[in-house]
Design a protein around this ligand. Structure first.
Ligand code: NAD
Ligand code: UD1
Length: 341
């Protein structure tokens, strides 16, 4: 077990906050760095309520090198989990420079400061988006990546390249690239969850906002995909399973594996209609929807083969679609305005 701290960048965000809870539950010492551009400081109180321990929190931008050096001076940091980044695909098309600067720039600063302070372990939040339009389904880790069509995805591809290069030139580094599929759900307590700004881009938060009456119906984007019912198929993973995947990954890094790459998903493909129906059944709430045209850039199917993560780390998901739907609704219904009180 690592003796020092785990630095969690973006630790007040959706996936970061759930991961911090599981790290604290597993007796890791945690310091969060987040600039709060897409989250609230109140999340730290919520984490403490769940875990009965308070992570240290520093409001700072990971691109601020002096601030990051100060943090590494003040804390003995053994490992970094790097969640901090911007993630809205549409916004990245409008503001590509912002995405390159924030996502790639923060990673570069982080790696420089880690080198200066001899910190050897990093876990990076990559995405299934690096596979672009996959050549085969389910997707394996060594399938081709890089043919992507938006700046957000480009930042993930570029950061993966930087990390792979680093692994080549510095064999003392332990680097885990985790490619997340579609995280949904929330902590069982209903105290933390996904809190999108404005109208949600992603399907599950859209469904929960229809359920709460904020939006009238779900727009189903396309019914002519080459899938079981014509609607898009994705691999929805409970965010707590994803969080536990990070705990397993830290344990893996303690064995000095060098560079490792894992898909974190369920291996199960679910269509848009199936997700809406599952939500209706699990929560006994009607969800009206309308079939509309395709959303530009969307693909037919995307789901993971996750055997490698199980083989090498003993990690697999334990929550099912009913848990995902119930926990998403539990969070939304207890926090109709998200973290805004
Ligand atoms: P999120 O927006 O909820 O969390 C990201 C956090 O990073 C936010 O709290 C934000 O304030 C912070 N942040 C952003 N830029 C920063 C900077 N320069 N300095 C300090 N803090 C900064 O997003 P999330 O859903 O929790 O995603 C976490 C990571 O996982 C991101 O890198 C994202 O690209 C990746 N990812 C997310 C998904 C998804 O569907 N949610 C899927 C695949 C990959
Ligand atoms: C999104 C991101 C992608 C990221 C992935 C993982 C976009 C464009 N892409 O992809 O970069 O890696 O999440 O989290 O944001 N849908 C509807 N109606 C809606 C919203 C979505 O029908 O209102 C459909 C989509 O067409 C898709 C499915 O639901 O078939 C899932 O969509 P979404 O939740 O946005 O995730 P991804 O498209 O997989």
């Amino acid at each position: 077990m690592l003796k020092g701290y785990v630095l969690v960048t973006g630790g007040t965000g959706y996936i970061g906050s759930h991961t911090v809870v599981e790290l604290l539950n597993n007796d890791y010492k945690v310091v969060i760095v987040d600039n709060l551009c897409n989250s609230k400081a109140l999340v730290v109180d919520r984490i403490e309520k769940i875990a009965h321990k308070r992570p240290d929190f520093i409001e700072a931008d990971v691109r601020d090198k002096e601030k990051m050096r100060e943090i590494f001076k003040n804390y003995p940091i053994d490992a970094v989990i790097h969640f901090a980044g911007l993630k809205a695909v549409g916004e990245s098309v409008e503001k590509p420079q912002l995405y390159y600067d924030n996502n790639i720039g923060s990673t570069e600063v982080l790696l420089e400061v880690m080198k200066e302070f001899n910190c050897k372990n990093i876990v990076f939040s990559s995405s299934a988006t690096v596979y672009g339009n996959p050549k085969r389904i389910p997707i394996f880790e060594d399938d081709p990546t890089g043919e992507v069509t938006n700046p957000y995805a480009e930042t993930k591809v570029k950061i993966e390249i930087i990390l792979k290069e680093l692994a080549k030139i510095d064999s003392s580094m332990n680097i885990a690239i985790l490619r997340y599929f579609n995280p949904i759900g929330a902590h069982k307590s209903g105290l933390i969850g996904e809190d999108p700004n404005g109208i949600p881009n992603n399907l599950m938060p859209y469904i929960t906002q229809v359920a709460i009456g904020k939006l009238p119906f779900v727009h189903v984007f396309g019914s002519d995909y080459k899938t079981k019912d014509g609607t898009g198929v994705r691999d929805y993973i409970h965010v707590v399973d994803l969080a536990l995947g990070h705990v397993a990954t830290l344990k893996k890094l303690e064995q000095n594996p060098g560079l490792v790459i894992y898909n974190l998903g369920t291996g199960i493909g679910t269509s848009v209609i199936e997700l809406i129906e599952a939500f209706k059944m699990a929560n006994k709430i009607d969800i009206p929807y309308r079939i509309e045209g395709r959303r530009p850039g969307d693909i037919d199917e995307c789901y993971a083969n996750c055997d490698k993560a199980f083989r090498e780390m003993g990690w697999k998901t334990k929550y099912n679609m009913v848990d995902c739907c119930k926990d998403s609704w539990n969070w939304q219904s207890h926090n109709p305005k998200g973290y805004e009180e």
